[in-house]
Design a binder for this molecule. Structure first.
Ligand SMILES: Nc1nc2c(ncn2[C@@H]2O[C@H](COP(=O)(O)OP(=O)(O)OP(=O)(O)O)[C@@H](O)[C@H]2O)c(=O)[nH]1
Ligand SMILES: [Mg+2]
Length: 446
């Protein structure tokens, strides 16, 4: 019994542990393979053997990313990290084209960055954009009807489909908001968001009430307004992983400005100036650039003060002003002065550049259609074999049926025609040497 209880408690703990860091996750995606072409001959009454009529394979499904408005977590990827689109159907007789594979649509919150897992380079910033095709499905192979020539009336081969693109990527959430709220746990960040927007984040007196960021739209007039982001509280040492760590500061990375919420009433017995410094330090440790972003100080919980006219509070305001920050005294609980705070933020925003969007970074993508025969690579393997690789070679090999004589002849033809044999000769390959092309191996015959 005791063990069981312990076990339950542990599993609950680890579960919340995962959800905290679900704003960055590695997933694997693969587009569908192309269907194979078909070998078939027309059969009709009174016709002994008709012409080739094998249909083409269908195209594999694509991997498509789409913005899911209203979602602001990558939690959905906790249990599903592999996405594979369905393959195209094989061609059939009677010139029947194989069915195209269905696309897989992966929905992500607005503001999700798609990064290449290996290099970390940004492939796409999913903010304010339409559907994005990350991996294209492989093309279907041609059926044998394409291979009839005057000298080859009975083509006994068809091509295999091309494999779909696959890759490992990292999804990273950077929410799109104009203003980010930062502060110690229980400073009243969620209370403030609830007071000035229609968002209903969880509010409670214990620390780390907020485990996931949330957004709210703050209206400042008929048709104007801005978006505010509430994130979990930061504590001293967050940059070294204390509390919930500071990983979620990434959510306010694109914010145009920050509102730092400070408990001016010192409900938990600390001095407001110390609270300010703690957060200030954590911001600095996280990122100099975020640290120097325009900031406004919301001195919260004023309703608990008899007066703001004390030497300590005067000193606090003076220090803030020296550092270049304005202070607005508010109470998120009674909504006292929250309107003034909002208008002040709107005024600051009117002078600030728009929300940052990230441009794709340079990475060399395999381009199925464009990587031609001149891009092949010839190297010697340890056993002395000549190894031919490159996208074109891979695609060609993928399309050949090596157990079929005619398909092999076609293969040889392509090697001669596109200069691969010449290139092998230049590299020193001679009669009897082993040539390796992906899974395929043969002896060089000159
Ligand atoms: N009296 C008073 N209490 C407040 C005020 N603002 C927030 N509180 C209380 O302070 C506690 C913490 O408020 P939250 O809004 O959950 O604080 P938070 O900064 O979001 O905290 P975390 O999510 O844990 O980081 C709650 O019990 C609130 O009711 C205020 O202006 N006056
Ligand atoms: Mg909160």
């Amino acid at each position: 019994m005791y063990n069981k209880l312990r076990y339950n408690a542990a599993s609950r703990g680890s579960e919340s542990g995962i959800s905290m860091f679900i704003d960055k996750i590695k997933i694997y995606v693969k587009a569908g393979d192309g269907g194979n072409g078909c070998v078939s001959f027309r059969r009709e009454k009174y016709v002994a053997k008709g012409g080739p009529d094998g249909g083409d394979g269908g195209r594999g499904g694509n991997i498509v990313f789409r913005i899911d408005e209203g979602s602001n977590t990558l939690l959905a990827f906790r249990y599903k990290r592999k996405f594979i689109a369905s393959p195209g159907g094989d061609g059939a007789g009677g010139k029947m084209h194989g069915k195209n594979g269905e696309d897989v649509i992966i929905k992500v919150p607005a503001g999700t960055l798609i990064r290449d897992a290996e290099s970390g380079a940004i492939i796409k910033d999913m903010s304010a954009c339409g559907d994005f095709i990350l991996c294209r499905g492989g093309k279907g192979g041609f059926g044998n009807r394409h291979f009839a020539t005057p000298t080859r009336q009975i083509p006994n081969f068809a091509k295999n489909g091309i494999p779909g693109e696959e890759r490992e990527i990292i999804l990273e959430l950077k929410m799109i908001a104009d203003v980010g709220l930062v502060g110690l746990p229980s400073a009243g960040k969620s209370s403030l968001l609830a007071a000035v927007s229609a968002a209903r984040p969880k509010i409670a007196e214990y620390h780390f009430t907020t485990l996931e960021p949330s957004l709210g739209v703050v209206s400042t007039g008929e048709e104007s307004g801005f978006v505010m982001a509430d994130i979990p509280g930061l504590i001293d040492g967050a940059s070294d992983g204390a509390g919930l760590g500071h990983a979620f500061l990434r959510h306010v990375d694109r914010c145009r400005m920050l509102i730092q919420v400070v408990d001016i009433a010192g409900v938990e017995g600390r001095r407001p100036i110390d609270d300010f410094e703690t957060i200030d330090r954590e911001l600095k440790n996280f990122d100099e650039e975020l640290y120097s972003r325009p900031r406004l100080i919301a001195a919260n919980k004023c309703d608990l003060l008899e007066t703001t006219d004390t030497p300590e509070i005067d000193g606090f305001v003076a220090t803030m002003n020296e550092r270049g920050y304005d202070v607005v005294f508010i109470s998120a609980a009674t909504r006292q002065n929250t309107k003034e705070l909002v208008m002040k933020a709107a005024e600051m925003l009117s002078h600030l550049p728009p929300v940052l969007t990230y441009e794709p970074e340079e990475i060399v993508l395999d381009d199925i259609e464009n990587a031609g025969p001149d891009a092949i690579i010839i190297k010697r393997d340890d056993d002395g074999a000549y190894n031919v690789s490159g996208r074109w070679m891979e695609l060609l090999c993928g399309r050949i049926n090596f157990s079929d004589r005619e398909s092999l002849m076609y293969f040889e033809n392509q090697l001669v025609r596109y200069g691969v044999i010449d290139r092998l000769r230049e590299a020193g390959c001679a009669e009897g040497d082993t040539v390796r092309m992906f899974e395929f191996e043969f002896d060089f015959v000159d």
